[in-house]
Structure formats: C-alpha cells, structure tokens
Design a protein around this ligand. Sequence first.
Ligand code: 1GP
Length: 244
Amino acid sequence: MGILKDIEDKRQQGGKIFALLIDPENHTPGSIRAFFGEAGGDAADLVLVGGSLISRPVEPVLHALQEVVSVPVVLFPGSLLQLSGEADGLLMLTLLSGRNPEYLAGNQVTAALMIRSLGLEVIPTGYILLGSGAGTSVEVISNTHPLPERKKDIVLATALAGEYMGNRLIYLEKGSGAPEPPDPGLVRSVREILTVPLIVGGGITSPAAAEKLYRAGADMIVVGNAIEKKASLVKEMKRVAESF
Ligand code: 1GP
C-alpha cells in the first residue's frame, strides 16, 4: 500500500496528516461501524489502533475497521498481544526515551518472525515519551521514565539518535489523556533537527492545539481520547489538517 511513502510524499508537499487513534479496549465492532458510518470511512487520513492494556482479542475491532474505513489501518501496539494480520501496517516501535531492554530490542526480536508472516507494511518508528507529571499508562506499562520536556537537549539528542538508528518516523508522545499536549516550541526544535516525518500526540483536545502543533512542524497529529469523548471533533481535526 505504501503507507510510509504516502506520509513522506505528503511531507514533501508541505501537507499535514491527521491520524485517529482507536483504543480497541474502548470499542466493539458495533461502535466502530456506528462511528465511521456517521463520520465517513475517510474521517481521518490514517487510523492507528492500539492501547496500553487490552482484555480481549483485537481482531473483531480490526475486522470491523477494515469493513468501514477507506484509509490505512495501522497497528500502534501497546504490547505483543496487539499484533494482527487484520491491519495494513505496523508502527514498529522502539521506546527510545526509556532504558527498558524489552522495549529497545526484546519485544522486537520476539515478534519479528510473526510480523513477517502477517504480511503487514512495517514502519520503523522511534517512540519518545515526554513527561507530563501525570504518570501515564505508557510509563507504568513500559516501566520507563519519560523525558522531561524542559531537558530540550536530551529530547533533541534522542530524536536525532532515533533517525540515525534508521527509524523512518519519530513519534513525540505526551501519553494518551495527558493534561497538556507536547510543547510547540519543543516540537519546532525537534522538527528542525530531523529530516524524517514527525508524529506528535497525547493530550491534543482542540483544533487550535492541533493547528499550533502542525505550524510548529508536526507532520502528523494523533488524537484519541478527545474524539472518544466528542465524536464531532473528528471533522474539525480533519479540516485543520486539510487547511495546510
Ligand atoms: C496516544 O498520542 C496518542 O498514544 C493519543 O493521545 O488519547 O490523549 O489523544 P490522546
């Protein structure tokens, strides 16, 4: 499908991407059909699927997404339990902000042959968790400390290392449900140091916040919680991305 190529092309053209995060724990096949039936199969440019904890298999939700969504469905797995062939692509995450070897190489080795058999487009993605002081689920589950936003040089070095290590995307993450999104000034600095596309997410709840982050240099914005709470926001978020 060329998901990564489409992201890179969009960036080359100065365009912006809006990704909707679906946490499979908060959905059933019925709620997926209802949401996209109302919002449209192309309500976002990309649908990411993942969460910190799941209590049942992800396949039924992915299956429903494949029926109703006309854009790529990409796994953003919180754990190995969230791997499935019922998606188009996979963000192959390396948790660069932490020093837990399981999230730097262990899970990747455990999953590699399985991923190969699933036939997904694999997109190497350097994942950087920024601190909000709120103790997000990712911190707890991954057993890592986030990078403090005020340590700009460390954040920049981490992002650059991620690119030099071969990641094709860098994801600056404040954590799902964070009280504030990543600082636009920091996003600008990270953007300036990277050549690969930059994803920004966590705590983005308004079109104005999304616009600020796009202007700061985010190529892709990810929104989850805010749209779970207010479905109509999806249209406003898409409109902001399209305005570039
Ligand atoms: C989490 O960046 C995403 O990985 C989305 O966060 O749920 O806060 O929008 P929110």
